[in-house]
Design a protein around this ligand. Structure first.
Ligand code: AP5
Ligand code: MG
Ligand code: ZN
Length: 217
């Protein structure tokens, strides 16, 4: 199963990817998570990526496309994957088409989770992430059982550097101008579907599963 999980910042891509990993046993490839890992490790990639992420801007394609291409060729990607947060503009989508052609893969499903901006801001500003496994929690909508501790792995939770009201506005604007046009790009492919993200996490997941079932037939 080769899935593109799309949608604006805070729509629930990471939250739904967690469930897909659990049920389908395929890896999540999140460019945002890869950049955050590089920032934490203090690599040259991390230093460059941070300067864009802190502003809510896209990291240049010259960097981003290369890391995705490399990642998709790894052993654990052979039986499928969930791409979360890539592609984010038409040049990345074209590059992905080329990569998929080279490795002989066809996308199973392209799924956009739709949520209104006012709800996205609430989701992002209340989010807490696990330092170790990357799971997302929310102060109100998904509070961890123990305060500030990840339910999955027991590590400490933190707030992302770009999860503040100032940067969120910029991230939403970048989504509108650069990423949203990809909906038309993928609509023509036949494997595209949209899901109302303004439901409980479990109900969103049920609809994703239904879409995947339909797409795999
Ligand atoms: P990235 O990490 O991809 O961030 P994003 O796209 O802004 O998306 P988020 O991770 O914020 O949201 P999500 O949809 O995963 O939501 P989540 O499930 O956590 O990218 C960060 C930065 O990296 C970019 O700004 C850019 O600089 C750079 N970058 C990344 N990819 C790039 C690319 N391809 N090209 C160039 N640059 C790139 O949920 C959010 C919150 O809501 C959580 O607290 C969760 O608990 C809660 N929640 C989830 N679902 C629900 C629900 N149904 N009801 C109530 N609450 C919910
Ligand atoms: Mg995410
Ligand atoms: Zn964890």
């Amino acid at each position: 199963m080769y899935i593109l999980l799309m949608g604006p910042p805070g729509a629930g891509k990471g939250t739904q990817a967690e469930k897909l990993i659990r049920d389908y046993g395929i890896p999540q490839i999140s460019t945002g998570d890869m950049f955050r890992a590089a920032v934490k490790a203090g690599t040259a990639l991390g230093i460059e990526a941070k300067s864009y992420m802190d502003k809510g801007a896209l990291v240049p394609d010259s960097v981003t496309i290369g890391i995705v291409k490399e990642r998709l060729q790894q052993e654990d990607c052979k039986k499928g994957w969930i791409l979360d947060g890539f592609p984010r503009n038409t040049d990345q989508a074209r590059a992905l088409d080329k990569i998929l052609k080279e490795i002989g893969i066809k996308l199973t499903s392209v799924i956009t989770i739709k949520v209104e901006n006012k709800d996205l801001i609430k989701r992002i500003c209340g989010r807490m992430m696990c330092k170790k496994c990357g799971a997302s929690f929310h102060k109100e909508f998904r509070p961890p059982v123990r305060e500030n501790i990840c339910d999955n792995c027991g590590s400490e939770l933190y707030q992302r550097a770009d999860d503040n009201e100032a940067t969120v506005g910029q991230r939403l604007a970048v989504y509108e101008s650069k990423t949203k046009p990809l909906i038309d790009y993928y609509k023509e492919s036949g494997s595209y579907c949209e899901i109302d993200g303004n439901q409980s996490m479990e109900d969103v997941y049920k609809q994703i599963q239904a879409a995947l079932e339909k797409a795999s037939k």
